[in-house]
Design a protein. Structure first.
Length: 300
């Protein structure tokens, strides 16, 4: 038997930054969740690999439904909307990460070509080396069956690198003492929530309930996590992120104000203008003009 929650906490604590000779990875989060709930349509700016340890469901990506059952592996690619739905006792292992190398480097290019351009779904990966390796990283109930934490980083790196092999084929339709370094489980959940929010700012109906469901916790838990970990409410954080994203678009593009308001999830350009002015003390158009004037003065 696997200790699901403790396995997730341990991996997030010890297997986040994974440097390597040819490929280096930054892991945003590891997950090992029992009875995963249905989540809303959303996207990420990074790769996420998932494995169904038990149960059933449907994975939808780009309008295509992929059946989920025990042994299914699937890859959520960057900037593509997807969701998991119609779940029944779905137990899921997942890891979200990005390659830290220059994408132009040969190893990084080949790796990303496979995962971003290869098959999305593998019907039965139970006997794949990647899955055996993944399960070896988990904490087991039986004494002496779990690997020490010192082995987690190299094995986690090997796992992520092995995904190019797993998805490179065509689809069929007692341990050492643990320190307190790294993210706590609460901080890791907040970090995952932040990533989800930032990747889905363009959706107006980005709610506390939706994000909590994605994290497989209650909305009350998520609200409390925001208050205790970053001393800010969920709605306040979303507003701040929308303004921050709009600020970047204003200074780095010539897109119309109306389009920027839409892309950052504001219900109307009037509401965007009012909130931006309240926050920055200057309307969006004037903010852009002032930035360009300062930039021009510096280059003269």
């Amino acid at each position: 038997m696997i200790q699901w929650t403790h396995s997730e906490e341990r991996l997030n604590r010890y297997a986040g930054h994974l440097p390597g000779e040819h490929l280096s990875f930054l892991v945003h989060y590891w997950g090992s969740v029992r009875n995963l709930a249905t989540n809303a349509m959303h996207k990420h700016s990074f790769l996420e690999i998932c494995y169904v340890d038990n149960g059933e469901g449907v994975y939808t990506e780009a309008g295509v439904d992929y059946p989920l059952q025990q042994g299914t592996a699937f890859c959520s690619r960057p900037d593509i909307y997807h969701r998991i739905q119609n779940v029944h006792q779905l137990d899921l292992l997942f890891v979200a990460f990005e390659v830290r190398n220059d994408p132009a480097e040969d190893h990084a290019m080949n790796y990303l070509r496979v995962l971003e351009g290869g098959p999305v779904w593998i019907e039965d990966a139970r006997e794949a080396p990647s899955i055996h390796l993944w399960k070896s990283l988990l904490i087991h109930e039986q004494p002496g069956q779990s690997l020490p934490v010192t082995l987690l980083p190299p094995l986690a790196h090997a796992l992520l690198e092995s995904f190019a092999v797993l998805f490179g084929r065509k689809p069929s339709l007692p341990e050492g003492p643990e320190s307190s370094s790294g993210f706590s489980h609460s901080a890791q959940l907040v970090q995952r929530a932040k990533l989800y929010i930032r990747d889905n700012l363009g959706r107006q109906q980005l709610s506390l309930i939706e994000v909590a469901r994605f994290l497989n916790i209650s909305s009350r838990q998520l609200s409390r996590l925001f208050a205790t970990c970053i001393h800010e409410s969920f709605s306040s954080f979303v507003r701040t992120e929308r303004i921050r994203a709009a600020e970047l678009m204003l200074t780095n593009s010539d897109d119309p104000i109306k389009l920027i308001a839409e892309r950052t999830g504001f219900s109307s350009v009037h509401y965007f203008t009012r909130l931006f002015t309240m926050t920055k003390g200057i309307p969006p158009a004037a903010y852009r003009a002032k930035f360009k004037a300062v930039l021009a003065a510096r280059t003269e």
